[in-house]
Design a binder for this molecule. Structure first.
Ligand SMILES: [Zn+2]
Length: 511
């Protein structure tokens, strides 16, 4: 680093000073607030050392703004070394994550030559569905793209790993792995949420169709990921009605409703209710009570019924019959539990089906759902429901979930699509032309290549210890900058040698 000095100035004076230095003087990083500037003066540098600042013109134009105290901007100077310390998951799964997943899915052979299907005298085809999900209330942002990419790339990795074990030589039953994007069209349309007397009412995307604007971006992204994975991974797209129409849902809901008081306390500790909803059937209304606080459950004639409440039209009743269930709406924890248990039942049933295929399910979701969320809202509930749902099953195919690293802001918080959509957060990213991370449509407008994200996620799957941590906006903007700068040479790591999958200029240290 060259000389560093700081002083108080106004933004316009600072701009004049910088402009007076000439453009060649700005091959350095700049940080400022509305009052204090820290300017590192340039030093001759060898061409192999990456520039700390690539986008000086953006920084300068920002300085030129008359900033108020609330608009203060900050930055951090770092060494570009990205560490991947081993611990917990990264320690256990650092070399062969795919084998571990196949083991947990019961697809990894228990013996050298057994297919584990001897009772059927012939190998039956196996199908693994890798589920990814989204609430399509905006064009997908980079965090969502990371999760989607992980779904496709893990699917391909598992498929290849299985083939290596004998899946393509007849030693093991044939396995096909596909990705299913499960769209949560029952998520609330935030513009249609109303609160009255402490009760929240909403209309869902399914009802308002507000998501129609964004669905083409999701379709395009899936197609690009399929292409990126050499079309080795097929994909499908489902809506909530597809889930709710599936065979095992009535039984799962039946068991949950029978225990809804306890489950409501644990899944909704603020409302003490399960958030089961149904849109008002009155033409043109479609309002549903958000938290299920007013729901009443009846068990009179063998088939449970639920009385829901509309803000304008009062109570309406649905039974646990397929035609009604298809119209139900479930909040995230309840949906997570219902589909998880339904998938377990699907796997159990197909393992006993002589003529059909065996089906297995794997979920890939964001890392913010790891930890107490799944432990208490999911696995704890499965344990509680086990006797009622799986009376004959001694060994349950417990759900297997892969968590995608989060894309975090400067403070370590998840980059939030909702905050961006609802409250205009991250203005500083727009000022620096980095808002392409906030939406796929913006990424396309700015000519940024989403394969930068795909390749990075691919490197995590090849070196799995990188999967068990989060990544900052700065990390990803650096990757995009490198992709835009083909003349930047790789940097010799100051403290460690780069790894085989290292992106240029972000140096990945060993522990
Ligand atoms: Zn109504």
């Amino acid at each position: 680093m060259g000389n560093i000095f700081s002083f108080s100035t106004t933004p316009s004076d600072l701009l004049s000073l910088i402009q007076g230095c000439g453009s060649s003087a700005l091959d350095v990083y700049l940080t400022f607030t509305n009052k204090v500037a820290l300017l590192a003066t340039p030093q001759p540098r060898p061409p192999s050392i990456g520039r700390l600042l690539n986008n000086e013109s953006i920084a300068v134009s920002s300085v030129g703004k008359e900033l108020t105290p609330g608009d203060a901007r900050y930055t951090t100077i770092h060494d570009g070394v990205s560490h991947h310390p081993l611990g917990a998951g990264s320690y256990i799964f650092k070399t062969d994550y795919a084998k571990a997943l196949l083991t947990y899915l019961n697809l990894y052979p228990k013996t050298e030559d057994a297919t584990d299907q001897r009772p059927f005298n012939r190998p039956r085809p196996r199908k693994l569905i890798v589920h990814i999900g989204a609430q399509p209330n905006n064009s997908p942002h980079a965090g969502t793209m990371i999760t989607f990419a992980l779904g496709f790339i893990i699917a391909r990795k598992i498929q290849r790993r299985y083939c290596d074990m004998g899946g393509d030589t007849g030693k093991l039953p044939p396995l096909t792995v596909s990705v299913s994007l499960d769209l949560v069209d029952t998520a609330p349309d935030s513009k249609k949420t109303i609160e009255k007397d402490g009760i929240a009412y909403q209309r869902s995307h399914r009802n308002t169709n507000a998501m129609a604007e964004f669905l083409p971006d999701y379709s395009e992204l899936l197609e690009r990921l399929s292409t990126f994975t050499n079309n080795e991974v097929q994909y499908t797209c489902t809506r909530q009605a597809d889930l709710l129409k599936s065979k095992h849902i009535p039984k799962v809901l039946d068991v949950i409703l029978a225990d809804h008081v306890r489950i409501g306390r644990e899944l909704g500790p603020e409302s003490n209710r399960i958030a089961l909803r149904a849109a008002c059937p009155v033409e043109g209304c479609g309002i549903a009570e958000k938290h299920g606080k007013l729901n009443q459950y009846h068990y009179g004639d063998g088939i449970p019924t639920v009385t829901f409440n509309c803000l304008h039209h009062g109570p309406h009743t649905s039974s646990l019959v397929p035609a009604h269930i298809e119209k139900f709406e479930l909040n995230t924890p309840l949906r997570n539990l219902v589909r998880g248990v339904a998938n377990m039942l699907d796997t159990i049933e197909t393992q006993g089906d002589v003529d059909g295929e065996e089906r297995y399910h794997l979920r890939v979701t964001g890392g913010d759902y790891a930890g107490i969320y799944q432990e208490q809202l999911f696995y704890r509930q499965i344990n509680c429901l086990m006797k009622a749902v799986f009376p004959q099953c001694s060994q349950l195919p417990l759900p297997v979930i892969c968590y995608a690293p989060l894309l975090t802001d400067w403070s370590g918080a998840k980059l939030s699509k909702s905050l961006y959509v609802k409250e205009g957060a991250y203005a500083y990213l727009e000022e620096q032309n980095k808002d392409y991370l906030l939406s796929y449509s913006r990424m396309k407008e700015m000519g940024k290549d989403p394969r930068v994200i795909f390749r990075e996620v691919e490197s995590w799957v090849e070196d799995p210890r990188r999967l068990f941590r989060n990544y900052s906006v700065e990390y990803f903007t650096r990757l995009f900058e490198q992709a835009d700068e083909p003349d930047v040479h790789p940097v010799a790591a100051p403290v460690a040698l780069p790894l085989p999958y290292s992106p240029r200029n972000i140096v990945n240290s060993r522990q």
